[in-house]
Design a protein around this ligand. Sequence first.
Ligand code: HEC
Length: 138
Amino acid sequence: MKYLGLGLIGLAALLCVGFTAVWLLAPKAPDFAALRQDDPLFAKGEALFERCSFCHSITEDDNRAGPHLAGVFGREAGTACCFIYSPVFKDLGFTWDEQTLDAYIGDNQGFIANNWMNIPEIPDAEERKALIHYLKHL
Ligand code: HEC
């Protein structure tokens, strides 16, 4: 009887440790409110994203005129699920990182000729930096 009690306490302790580990390791949604407050570059990028949100959602599977941008940083170009890209976007074979995003947002037609994102370029390097910093958190 005594050993059963000890066993149960041991089991409970193991479960606690297990659940804490899962909680610590599980990917958490970014805390946008905290980022907005603590990270001015994030706040600037988020505000600038108003120029993009008409066509781009930050929620997975919510494709609008453009593909959703959840997890776009580090994603292979042209691979958002279920979005129908232009022919020139097929098999680009690169990943979105600081350099490729900067080039695309800075002059999208110059970087990928005839792609369907026909918006004015963003000539201000500081604005592009803020936007890319924001995109990293999605
Ligand atoms: C008028 C609509 C429109 C606006 C506004 C717009 N985009 Fe796009 N975007 C698109 C379309 C359409 C595509 C897909 C291009 C293609 O298939 O050729 C795209 C593609 C992209 C991609 C590539 C995503 C992938 O899955 O490979 C990124 C990154 C991107 N846009 C960022 C932005 C950012 C940042 C802004 C704001 C500065 C912005 N876009 C504004 C329509 C838009």
